[in-house]
Design a protein around this ligand. Structure first.
Ligand SMILES: Nc1nc2c(ncn2[C@@H]2O[C@H](COP(=O)(O)O[C@H]3[C@@H](O)[C@H](n4cnc5c(=O)[nH]c(N)nc54)O[C@@H]3COP(=O)(O)O)[C@@H](O)[C@H]2O)c(=O)[nH]1
Length: 883
């Protein structure tokens, strides 16, 4: 219905247009034709009147001229007859002419063209033999009547058209002319008196050749002009005597209705034209007014209908939008995953979407009675009911709803009061979602966020939280809390050599053991890697932790049986205690960590309690770490050289390069910074610098002093692991030009023990190039003979702990002697370090030790001092003579 209405408006409008425009057009059309007819009639009337008048004039002139010619004595035409006939002739002519206001006068002309008599001039002495009428009549004397062109008369001086009649003798020959010039001004005045409207015209023309005789209004240059292709003249030429015709005039481009009429039998016709613009002016006015009124009416009607149509369309669009909104709303309700229920003011269910029915286990039939009481399993129904009555919205993130079968499930819900109508609340909408799954996820996320995935132990976050709780309780009760920082010994080796899977099993097993040896109130946490933390809260005395630590050390010492492996583990433990060592988690953790490193340094598989000295040491370590690069860039590292003396020749045959750090005025010993450089990795660039500098010095001594002094350089285990030792050595040799046999690399036993096959091959390559290898601190480690053979080292450096007391300690002496003998059997040279006394020197010589190094000869010396020492060394050893 509503869709059809706009079309109805259009039909109505079209009918209105047709109903008003068509009659108006018809009436206007009738009026138009009527105006046309009237104009034609008017033109015809005027042309009829004018024709009658002009015909009468011409006929009277014709009869007068005829009478005059007939009555004229032919002797009067003789040139000398004027005296006899002149007066009488003029009188007669004047009398006749007085009846014709249309003519200028009457004239009698002889056969030579002399005007003999004139009605208005006594003795005219004018000749007209050159005039067309005269010549035409002389040529054709039988002509009845002749009409000339319009011209200015010679006697009158006025514009005229001559009507001429021939005078014939008895034998019919030409004797002269009688003529009457028509006064054009007279006819002009006659035409002017007729009102044909401002653009009306009257023309008087010749019917034979169309020449214009007279036109009203006048148009200069048009008189005597012929016509060509004029539609009216064509009809006259065709023989029509009268008629009506409409056309646009070529002369002024004006549309007119013309009525034309031939003037009796004379060769003239008169045409009367009334301009369309004149006779249609009232019609045009009517047309304008009618059209205006019509347009205003139709525009008003159109506007009204358009507004009605628009209002109708809007109404239709609004109701469509409402319908689709309702559809969408219904779809929303049906497809929503959330339960949506409508409630009345009494808490009764008015509707429930499919999700609500499914979640609550309802069928088609909705439950009756107080729905809120039924559904709210946690007894909050009454409270909710109150909110409903008070039009308050309610939100709950965690509530329990009861299903139809009585089972319960967790929900999140919102209760919104419905808008009031006429001041009365409409009830409420209840939206709820089953959050069981979400809760499970949240619990899972919560668990993962606070536990270590591998062992299931609390992670750092939860440990910190537990610690803070323990700390708060301890603060209240005046108790202490211990933090035990545990790091597995040698775990990295297990991981690297047996793989991560075995490593993970070890970690899980360690976690289980820790858990099983601690109380419920203690927290065991894993910090990632092989680091664990134990929090022991509520301690009255710190001493109670010692048996626990003992238990932990003991339980982790027990070999772990993992599938095919029987693995030995141990742990180093650092302990920090609240409030003694700090009052917050971060500080205590740092301190427990520091203490743990001291436990590692102390040989592992033990524990250390944090003390302030450890802290200072840790700070110093940090300071050194931060300043290493600056030291290297600023040339703060220097080499000191300690001579090595050949005990057979007494000559200085070598020097050990020992690095020092000139940190401002402080000269830092290597024992202080080398371990830090090793733990930070800085030992790699530092070791490269030592190698380059050592080679440069030994090459200079060879080049400048002509001395072949072997330079012994200490190589750290880290340089093997992280540095490109082979290339570094090659570059140092190439750069300095030192022959490889003058470079000796000092390696510790422990370094060699932990090396992989690739490191051993590096050493063999160096050895093959001619670089010497010596084993430093020999006797303190495993003293494995196997690698001596495999590496083909050149020299053993007997540790100074055996050498120093060699003289007074029989055991040390035996060890030193055994090392020397064994070395010699293996074809190795020996060097004893730490020689401080002449007695020790003598003993070494007795044992046939090859070289010696120690304070007895010189302390490690700066380069210039060493060079002076080298130059001044006498080459003689005490007791040499006795040897
Ligand atoms: N990886 C690198 N290690 C280096 C480098 N430079 C030094 N070091 C290692 O630092 C440790 C300490 O060295 P230093 O303080 O220089 O001590 C050396 C000697 O001064 C000392 N010595 C020598 N003779 C005596 C003596 O008669 N009595 C006595 N009490 N001490 C003496 O022994 C140290 C040399 O030891 P060693 O290397 O085992 O020959 C030291 O372990 C260096 O290895 C370096 O550039 N790289």
């Amino acid at each position: 219905m509503s869709a059809k209405r706009p079309k109805l408006y259009l039909v109505f409008f079209i009918l209105a247009v047709l109903g008003t425009v068509v009659p108006a057009a018809f009436l206007l059309g009738s009026a138009y034709y009527s105006e046309h007819r009237q104009a034609a009639q008017d033109a015809r009337n005027v042309s009829g009147v004018l024709e009658a008048r002009l015909e009468a004039t011409l006929r009277r002139i014709e009869s007068n001229l005829g009478e005059l010619v007939a009555d004229l004595p032919r002797q009067a035409l003789h040139p000398k007859a004027f005296s006899r006939y002149g007066e009488a002739m003029q009188r007669q002519l004047a009398m006749r002419a007085s009846h014709f206001p249309e003519i200028v006068g009457l004239r009698i002309i002889d056969a030579e063209g002399n005007v003999l008599y004139a009605s208005d001039v006594t003795r005219p002495r004018v000749n007209v033999a050159d005039r067309s009428y005269f010549q035409a009549l002389r040529r054709e004397p039988q002509t009845r009547l002749f009409f000339s062109e319009v011209a200015v008369g010679r006697i009158s001086g006025r514009t005229q058209l001559v009507v001429a009649m021939p005078i014939r003798r008895a034998d019919g020959s030409f004797a002269g002319v009688a003529m009457a010039p028509l006064e054009m001004r007279y006819f002009q005045q006659l035409f002017d008196a007729i009102d044909l409207g401002p653009r009306g015209v009257i023309t008087f023309r010749r019917s034979d050749d169309g020449r214009l005789v007279l036109r009203r209004p006048e148009r200069p240059g048009t008189v005597n002009q012929t016509l060509s292709n004029n539609p009216m003249h064509l009809r006259v030429e065709a023989g029509e005597r009268e008629g009506v015709i409409s056309y646009r005039a070529a002369l002024d481009q004006m549309e007119r209705v013309y009525a034309f009429k031939r003037i009796g039998d004379f060769p003239f016709y008169v045409a009367v034209g009334i301009a369309a613009k004149d006779f249609l002016a009232p019609w045009y006015l009517t047309l304008g007014i009618t059209s205006g009124v019509e347009l205003i009416f139709l525009a008003g009607l159109g506007l009204l209908l358009w507004r009605l149509d628009r209002a109708e369309r809007r109404r239709a669009a609004a109701s469509q939008a409402l319908a689709s909104s309702e559809r969408r709303f219904q779809q929303l309700l049906d497809s929503a995953g959330e339960g949506i229920c409508g409630l009345d003011r009494q808490g009764r269910l008015t509707f429930a979407n499919p999700a609500a029915r499914r979640l609550l286990g309802y069928g088609e039939e909705l439950p009756r009675g107080d729905f809120l009481q039924q559904v709210h399993a946690d007894d909050a129904g009454a409270a909710l009911r109150t909110c409903l009555e008070e039009d308050r919205s309610v939100h709950s993130d965690d509530a329990l709803f009861a299903r139809a079968d009585g089972s319960r499930f967790p929900v999140q819900y919102d209760l919104y009061p419905l808008a009031q109508e006429a001041g009365v609340a409409q009830g409420a909408v209840l939206l709820f979602a089953d959050i069981a799954e979400r809760k499970r996820h949240a619990d899972q996320i919560e668990y993962l966020a606070h536990h270590d995935a591998l062992t299931g132990l609390p992670n750092r976050l939860l440990a910190e939280d537990r610690f803070n709780q323990a700390l708060a309780a301890a603060s209240r009760r005046g108790e202490q809390v211990a933090l035990l920082f545990l790091d597995l010994d040698g775990f990295k080796t297990i991981n690297d050599s047996l793989g991560h899977e075995v490593g993970d099993k070890v970690l899980r097993a360690v976690a289980d053991r820790l858990r099983s040896h601690l109380r419920e109130s203690d927290t065991v946490s894993r910090f990632g890697g092989d680091e664990f933390l134990v929090i022991m809260p509520g301690l009255q005395q710190v001493e109670v932790i010692y048996p626990v630590i003992g238990k932990l050390l003991a339980c982790l010492e027990q070999p772990l049986a993992l599938e095919h492996y029987q693995l030995s583990t141990s742990v180093s433990i650092g302990v920090a205690v609240f409030p003694h060592d700090g009052r917050d988690f971060t500080t205590l953790m740092q301190k427990a960590d520091t203490a743990m490193y001291h436990a590692k340094d102390a040989g592992r598989n033990t524990y250390r309690l944090f003390d302030e000295a450890m802290n200072l040491h840790a700070q110093e370590t940090l300071r050194l770490r931060n300043n290493f690069q600056r030291g290297l860039d600023g040339d703060e590292f220097v080499l000191h050289l300690q001579p090595q003396v050949d005990l057979a020749s007494g000559q200085v045959v070598g020097a050990e390069a020992l690095v020092r750090w000139q940190d401002g005025s402080r000269l830092i010993a290597p024992a202080h910074f080398i371990p830090v450089a090793e733990s930070s990795g800085f030992i790699v660039p530092l070791g490269q610098w030592v190698l380059r500098e050592s080679c440069r010095l030994a090459a200079r001594w060879q080049r400048e002093l002509g001395r072949e002094v072997t330079i012994a350089v200490n190589i750290s285990a880290i340089q093997f692991k992280r540095g490109d030792l082979e290339r570094t050595v090659a570059e140092a040799l190439a750069e300095s030009g030192l022959p490889p046999h003058l470079l000796e690399l000092e390696l510790t036993e422990s370094t060699l023990l932990n090396q992989t096959e690739s490191v051993l091959s590096t050493l063999r390559t160096l050895r093959d190039q001619g670089v010497r290898l010596s084993i430093d601190d020999f006797g303190t480690g495993y003293s494995s003979l196997a690698y001596l053979k495999r590496l083909a080292v050149n020299k053993l450096k007997i540790d100074q702990s055996f050498v120093r007391n060699l003289d007074g300690d029989a055991e040390d002496a035996a060890i030193v002697r055994a090392i020397i003998e064994m070395a010699h059997r293996l074809n190795l040279r020996t060097v004893a370090e730490g020689v401080e006394t002449v007695e020790v020197l003598q003993s070494l010589r007795r044992f046939a030790c090859d070289e010696a190094q120690g304070y007895y000869f010189a302390r490690p010396l700066p380069v210039d001092e060493f060079e002076r020492f080298l130059a001044s060394w006498p080459g003689l050893l005490p007791g040499r003579m006795a040897y």
